[in-house]
Design a protein around this ligand. Sequence first.
Ligand SMILES: [Cu+2]
Length: 515
Amino acid sequence: MPVMPRFDRREFLSSVAAGALLSAAAPSFANPAASATRLRIQYREIAVKGRSKQVFGLRQPNGTHGLVLGPRDRFRVELINAVRDPLLIHWHGQEPPASQDGVPELSQNPLPPGTAQLYDFAPRPGTHWMHSHLGFQEQDLMAAPLIVRTAEDERADLQEVVVMLHDFTFERPEAILARLGGLTGSDPHAGHHAAAAAPTPAPMAGMDQSAHMMPGMTPPAAPPPPPAADPHAGHDMSGMAMDLNDVNFDAYLANDRTLDDPEIVRVEAGGRVRLRLINASAQTNFFIDTGTLDGRAIAVDGNPIQPVAGRRFPLAIAQRLDLLLDLPSGQGAWPILAQREGEKERTGIVLATARGFVARITDLAADSAGPLAADDFETRLVASAPLVRRAADRRVTVKLTGTMSPYAWSLSGHASGENLPIDIAYGERVEFTVRNDSMMAHPVHLHGHHFQVTGLEREGRQAGFRGALRDTVLVGPQETVTVEFDALNPGRWAFHCHMLYHQLTGMMGEVRYVA
Ligand SMILES: [Cu+2]
């Protein structure tokens, strides 16, 4: 059952009390300085489709949500826990020392309520984001943009627009996972290792097809889109049904809003816009649709690429995409939409000139989108600054396995024994071959590093290429994706599927530097 929004004055009071406690909290690895930007995790209320819900926010004292750094700035943040739960924030796309990566158990302990922590490292440029890596907090919007601008960005004559996408539920995420059949009775505050180490959930009584059809979930085999759109959509080469979405949501948000009340961004006629798109969804892949505007993709996951033209671009969970748009010279309004893969549901914002007429946009597209993993965008990408070519010192095959029923997933770099760390050594060129043996696509994320995508095997066809640098790559059902990276950031790093409910039910691994 949906939970009624909880919100009362005590939330504010507890936040104030938490603030008062801060002077007593000792940041553990550096002294807080006046130059640190304060980022306060607090409760906030948002209205979605006429109904309110209390969610999390990460705000600076001036009200800015998240963080934008300039080319000469250090990442120097005082993170303040002003909510009632322990929490920890991961700086997705950054390459900090491992102790500052914000993953429970691997990097540091969660921050108790009323405490603060200083983070201080050299930031990596690009469009990134920050989010909780603890329990279900990310689903309740404990996430915000993290943009690091370059000197070139500062010189560019264009308008930057950040668009953050979310899937949104009025339900408690714990209830969603319980209905999926995963980790019943789990502790939402448990770190990922607790989740990964949990025994494989036994099939629950009643977890049959009908259980899968309960409200809030899609049938295990999503109906394929109209054949005219894509004959292979929804099926792999053998005709087996693939699963596109395993959780339905109450809404899809772009900068916290739905299309019945979208954000209208004022733009100049004839101007140039750089969209910095962030897919901060827990469990939803999107296609970005620029409508009548020709777009040029110029960066993925914060890494510049040779421009790729188009009007429709895939954006998997946790990935980022930077698009350049040149606006026509007259007055006008141009929706930028994000459509959920496999479905008609969409969200978005509107770019509009001062006198541009903004027409109402429905939140359902005319046609269902196909599967993201069937798109060939990845193979067309070329990194602006690729890795130097060299032979791999270490090759690891990583298997993605799991099923919807029972709802249990795993990621393993070992032939036998799961959830064992993958050992690498400093200075090595490492090649991961990620083989997806399941019927669902998984956006796989490596912390603390950016890898180059160098291979894709799909439907029996193998392509080797020197693709984009990324920190998150989508591996389609029955696909194999190869990535390479240089092991230059020692420590223990999370390596996992970025679908929250997969991660919490076992698709979570570790990459570990050994001497
Ligand atoms: Cu997954």
